[in-house]
Write a protein of this length. Structure first.
Length: 198
């Protein structure tokens, strides 16, 4: 069975949040050859901008905190209490670890997943899906890339996407089902489906 994942899959693995255990197991199943993992190329690149933005926000927060602590240290009665904060080092460490894990996850995906190209056909379909389903362009690109792959490589599949607000739509479900693909609104649900199709 083919499991399609999107940008949140990469972020969950990198940031070790929410359903990261399920994501890690899906990725491990792909590494062992038990599941065919497919990810649109767009979904490998998109998390990078999210991580960069968060890293920049953390750096600004860290710099602000350090600036305020320097100001407080100028007050004699508070100088000893205004030493560099653990918060500052945690923020720095979080940014460094996210960058490191992003490289590791990206490398695993490049080695063990089918990276689906963003080609002319997918871009044209994305424009249609924007209008037809009211999706934003990034979501339309992801859906179009998956649908084009289903048409080119028919095989039972499951599209795992936490964005149930936009994707858990009867018309989108039918589009996927017509291509032999189920929809799962969580990585845990996607993992359960993958486990059931060895």
């Amino acid at each position: 069975m083919r499991i399609y994942v999107e940008s949140n899959f990469v972020l969950e693995c990198v940031l070790e949040q929410g359903q990261s255990d399920a994501c890690d197991e899906i990725l491990s199943r792909a590494v062992r050859g038990e599941t065919q993992l497919s990810v649109p190329a767009f979904c490998i690149l998109e998390p990078f901008t999210t991580l960069q933005r968060r890293g920049a926000e953390r750096n600004r927060l860290r710099e602000d905190l350090e600036r305020h602590l320097r100001e407080v240290r100028r007050t004699k009665s508070l100088a000893d209490d205004a030493r560099p904060s653990d918060v500052s080092s945690v923020l720095l460490r979080a940014a460094n670890e996210a960058e490191k894990r992003f490289r590791e996850v990206r490398q695993k995906l490049l080695e063990h997943a089918a990276v689906l190209p963003l080609d002319v056909e997918a871009l044209r379909r994305a424009e249609d899906f924007e209008r037809q389903y009211g999706l934003g362009l990034p979501d339309a690109i992801v859906l179009a890339t998956v649908v084009v792959d289903l048409e080119r490589n028919p095989m039972p599949g499951c599209f795992v996407n936490r964005n149930t607000k936009d994707f858990d739509d009867p018309d989108i479900r039918k589009l996927l089902t017509d291509g032999g693909c189920r929809f799962a609104g969580s990585f845990s649900e996607g993992l359960a489906i993958a486990r059931g199709h060895k």
